[in-house]
Design a protein around this ligand. Sequence first.
Ligand code: CMC
Length: 375
Amino acid sequence: QADPEIRKGLAGVVVDTTAISKVNPETNSLLYRGYPVQELAARCSFEEVAHLLWHGELPTAAELADLERAERAQRALAPNVRAVVDALPTTAHPMDVVRTAVSVIGADDPTTADASRAANLAKAVRLFAQLPAVVAYDQRRRHGQELVAPRDDLDYAANFLWMTFGEVPDAVVVDAFRVSLILYAEHSFNASTFTARVITSTLSDLYSAVVGAIGALKGPLHGGANEAVMHVFDEIGSADEAEAWLERALAEKRKIMGFGHRVYKNGDSRVPTMKAALDKLVAHYDRPDLAALYDALERAMVARKNIQPNLDYPSGPAYHLMGFDTATFTPLFVASRVTGWTAHVMEQLEANALIRPLSAYVGPAERHMEEPATA
Ligand code: CMC
C-alpha cells in the first residue's frame, strides 16, 4: 500500500533553493538570474547568457571578450575525442555519442578532480566550447562528410552552424538558432539538472554530473521530446490528417510528444518566443505545409485535451528546417543546457548536502531461509 506522504515523481516537492532561474507558472514566466528569458532572447548572444548563468550578472564588455576568447580557443575537436567518436558506429544514437564524448573530455582533463569554483568554471567553458564540435562532427560523419574546422571570426551560434553545414546560413536562421539555445539553457530543477545535482552532491566531479544529466535528458519525457515531435510530424504527414491521427494516438493511450509540462499547466512560457522564430524559418524556407501541420495538431490537442505545447514542439520543426538530422535535436539541447547544468553543479557545491531521500518499503515482511536439511 503506497504511503500517502509519497509524492510520486517528487511532484510539487521543493528540494532546495536556487538563485539561477525562477519558473513561475502563475504568470507564465521564466527568469534567468532575474531577467525574463524573452528579454534575453531578444537582446543577448548565447555567450552573454552563459556568462549570466555562471556568474549571476550579464558580462561587462571585457568579461564577454574573455569568455569569447576562451570559447574560441577551445572550439576545435580534441584528437582523443575525435578518435573515440570515430570508433563508434554511425548508427549509434547521437545522444550516446555526445554522452561518451563528455566522458572522454573528463578523462583527458588533468583538473577533473579539482572541485574549486575556478577549476569548475574552466571545465564548464571547456564543455561549452567543445560540444558544438562533437555534435556537428557526429552529424557530418553520418552523412560521410569531412570534419569542418571552427572559424574564430564567428560567434558561438554561427560557428556551430558553420561546423555542421560547412556554410553560414542566412541571418534569420542563425538568429532562430541563437534564440533556441537561449531558451533551452536553463529551467530550474528539471530531471536532468536534478540528476546533475544528485551526482554533484556525492562530491563526484563536474564531468560525471554532465554525463548523468545527458542520460536523463535523452528520455522522450524530457529532452528527447524534440526529436520525438519530428517523428510525430513524419507519422502524421499533413495537416488534414492531424485530427484523425490524434484520435487514434489518444485511443492507444499514447503521450503526445511536445505537449504538456510538469510545472506549466497553462502553457510553457518559452513557446511564444520559439514559435515566432519558427514562423520566420517557415517564411524563409517557404514551408507553409509544415506550419499548417503544426497548427492543426496544436488546435486538435488543445480542443481534445486542453494540453498546451511545450518548448520542444516549436523547436523540433525549427531544427528540422535548419537542416539538422532529427536524431541531432536532443544533442543541440545538451549543448545549450550544459550552461545551466554546470551553473547548478557550482551552486550545489556552494552549500552541499548529500541528496539521499527515503523510500517506503512494500516488499515481503522479514522472513528467513529454511534450515538446510541435516543427514
Ligand atoms: N499527451 C497525452 N496526454 C497527456 C500529455 C501528453 N503529452 N501530457 C499530459 N497528459 C495527460 C496525462 O495522461 C494525464 O491524464 P490523466 O489524468 O487522464 O491520467 C494528465 O494529462 C496529467 O498529466 P501528468 O502525467 O500528471 O503530467 P506530468 O506532470 O507527470 O507529465 C510530462 C509531464 C511532460 C511528462 C507529460 O506532459 C508528457 O509526457 N509530455 C510528452 C513528452 C514531452 O513533450 N516532454 C517534454 C517536456 S518539456 C521540455 C523538456 O523537458 O524537454
